[in-house]
Design a protein. Sequence first.
Length: 107
Amino acid sequence: MEPSKAQPTVADVYEVLKQVEDPELAINIVDLGLVYHVVVQPGGRVDVDFTVTYPGCPAAQDIYDQIIEKVRTLEGVTEVSPHLVWDPPWRYSFMSEAARLELGYPI
């Protein structure tokens, strides 16, 4: 059987990343504004630049592992490479309106 030539889109990756929750806040990392950049490389490699809400956040490893687990479920993905980045530093303004409302922040 020939391997699939399908490759996910950046939108597909963002959609599946909505299944990754920050375990402390129980809100997905896309709505929290923790995903900064997604690149789908030719050949199926997916790079995800993400951050956490503060340096030393104990959820960082869990989020990293969940990114790999969820993105691997997409057809055509051959490798997932999450990168924890600190620039720019995360701010409340990065959250979606729904996340800000859920956490009680002004919109």
